[in-house]
Structures are given as structure tokens and as C-alpha cells.
Design a protein. Sequence first.
Length: 334
Amino acid sequence: NPSRTVPAFTAITASVFIATFVLSSMALTDGGGSRRYSWSAPLGGVVASISGSDPKHVADAEREARRLLAGTDPDEMFTVSTPRWPDRDPQTGTPDPTSTLLEYRLDVAGCKNACDGAIWIATPEAVRAMVGERISAHDEDALRSGGVLLFPNESFTADATTAALQGFPPGTLGGSYTGTEIPTVSHDLPVTVVGGTRSRYGTIITPQTAERLGIEFQVVSLVATYRTPPDVAVMDRLTADTETASTPTTTISVIQEQGPAPVAPWLSLVTGVTALIVLGAAGISLGLSRFERRADDATLAAVGGSVLLRRHVNAWQAVIVAGLGSALGVLSGL
């Protein structure tokens, strides 16, 4: 009965082809997204970010953030800092030209503009928490000995071995920075490029290195790690408490590291819909074919064909139509 089986075969092949293509595309996208994802803490960890310019107010906000995080029963808590930037005029937003603070960037061969962002300051123990995985002993030794850790990024070459930590006058590293400006200070530091998982903390030095180079720094976030991550109710309460603790001069905000968005629910949905289409098309076509094959069944019965034989005919038709259609759909989709 080709009038029934051919359309069913075509429908099954087409639906499985589309599903296979979609599933493969989603898996590729998910894999690429996971590799590009920048971790801020271990999975389930909580990061409390602190923003403000006045050192005294920032210190008060740090103490309050520590108190709030301690209420969630973390296993450990780590401090992350950045160099203090020159104060800005509250009206115009321009840096104070009389400030003695400098604006810092890391000049790495092949880095392009990727290292113009924040320079993070943390201990090796904090770095292990920040990146969500334990750094190697070699990386830890390099950091302790006064080097710079660089985390994966397409914008710098993996064979970089040295970099210049440059300090510029206030206002230099704004939108008008061209790369030709002469730094006020420049410190050559050994560079270690860390492989593996990406991190939002691209450039890291230790507090001891910052102090040795005369860099003033202040706390910008606290990273809390847990054996059992806080649930939604705890995070909701923590978020509300940090909003209440924020002031006009300092802001405290918290996020929980959830990792890349999972793609499994969508994969399951596509698979389920495809299975319904295949089973429906096969069931309908085979039911109609059997109805139209009553004469064939009667002939088989007349010559002694058993019920089991007639069911075997139907079963093999199902295998050929659905099985071969699914196989061709999967191969073409891949």
C-alpha cells in the first residue's frame, strides 16, 4: 500500500532529520557556550560585590557584606580586590587630575584590548575559589612569586611570558586611550597563562605583589563557597538584606553562580515531540494500511496463514517504514 506507507516514510524521515539537526545544533551551541562561560565562583557559590569610592564607606560595606554572607553558613569566604581608581567629580564624572592614584592596565604581547579591564588582586587560595577549580601547583607558585595569572581569552597569545603592569595619570584609560600614551610607572612581571575553564577574573596578582609595586587597592567582592549551596529562599533573603544594607555611597549586590544555562530541558522537549511524530505517523499509516489489506489477510487466512503470521507481516512493515525512515533521517540530519 504505497499510498499509505510512502507518505508515512517521508514524514518520519523528515521529522527525524529536523530533530537530529536541531539536537546537534543545540548541543554544539551548548558546548561552545560552556567553553566560553566565565565563572565567578564554584557552582553554587555566592559572590557579594561592593561598589563605592570612599575607602571608609567601602570598608563598612565589606564588614556588612561579611556579616550577611556569614548568615548563610559558608564553608569559606575569600576577598577579591582591585586597584583603587582616582576619584571622579560627582557632577561631571571626570577623574580628579590632582589625585595621586594611577589607572592601571596590563600590556601583554598579543593582548589587544582584552587586558584593559580590571586587574584583580587575590591570594592563591582565593583564586582557587574564584575560578571554580583548583589551579595547578605551578600556577600557584608563579602567583606567589610575584607573577601574573592570565585566564583563557581569544584575545591574547598563549605563549606570552612577560607583561608590563603600567600605571597612567587619571583619565588616561578612558575612551580616548590610543595605546601611544606614556605610562607614569611600568613594572615587568612574569606571566602564566592558565588553561581550562574561563573566569571573569582575567588578570590576577597577589596583595603582596600589589603592595610591593605601590598599588593601592580596595575590596570589590567577597566569594563564599559551600558544601551545600543556599536554596532559593536563602538567596532571596540575602538579596533583600544586601539591598537594605546599600547606601547612597556604597552598593552591595549578590549573585549565586549557576553555571551555563542548561540545555537538557530543550533537548528532552525536541526528542519527545519527535517521538510523538514518528509514532503517530507510523501508527496511522500502518492502521490504514491494515484496513486496506483486508483482502490480503483473507487470502493468507484461506491458505492457512495464522494470526501470528499476519501480525508478523504488520510488524515487519512497521520496522521497514519507521526503522528505515528514522535511520535515514538521523544520518542525513547528522
